[in-house]
Write a protein of this length. Sequence first.
Length: 86
Amino acid sequence: MDRHAQQIKRERQDKARNEVNTRNWSKMRTLIKKVLTEKDAKQAEVFYKETVSFIDKMASRNLIHKNTAGRRKALITRHLNSLSAK
């Protein structure tokens, strides 16, 4: 079977993109987890701002759908509001 240069390059690009996407997914999940496990409202606010910014960035890059981004932001916002209410 022939191996065309375009095919070789495509596989190389796919591998690089996959590594970046995997890293970003992992970071996003970690940031969300930090907010959800935080009990202190002040510290959760710091994590919240960073997380919302990162989620928006991932939605703008089409790593996640905009509705998924909204759902995840709503989840961490509810948690933050529950901490503030106490």
